[in-house]
Design a protein around this ligand. Structure first.
Ligand SMILES: [Zn+2]
Length: 114
């Protein structure tokens, strides 16, 4: 990994991190004043909507954590190294998932185990 690559991924990660942090409060469910939704939306659909929102939030915080860990690995100089087999993670994978910890091989091994 060249310093130019590292800078590129750091920019991507920091931008994504800021995006997630700024997006969080905006997701709080808000009922518009004067909305008549309660009249025609039954309770079950409102509840499932809430579950979807909660699930999204959990995914976001997981992602945020993964991003923060990736930035931490950059500071330590271990970014782009698979934490499992310790090989370099190909740039093509980092382009797709810049906060990844493992290479594709190890990722596949992990998902087979589960
Ligand atoms: Zn690996």
């Amino acid at each position: 990994m060249t310093p130019t690559d590292l800078k590129k991924y750091r920019d991507i990660l920091e931008a994504k991190r800021d995006e997630l942090q700024n997006a969080a409060p905006a997701r709080t469910p808000a009922i518009e004043p004067g909305s008549k939704s309660g009249d025609w939306i039954d309770h079950s659909s409102q509840e499932s909507d809430l579950h979807v929102r909660l699930a999204l939030k959990q995914t976001d915080s997981k992602l945020l954590r993964a991003i923060e860990e990736a930035i931490h690995r950059m500071d330590q100089g271990t970014y782009g190294i698979c934490t499992d087999c310790e090989n370099e993670i190909p740039n093509v994978r980092l382009d797709a998932v810049p906060w990844t910890r493992v290479c594709v091989d190890c990722k596949e091994k992990q998902s087979k185990k589960q």
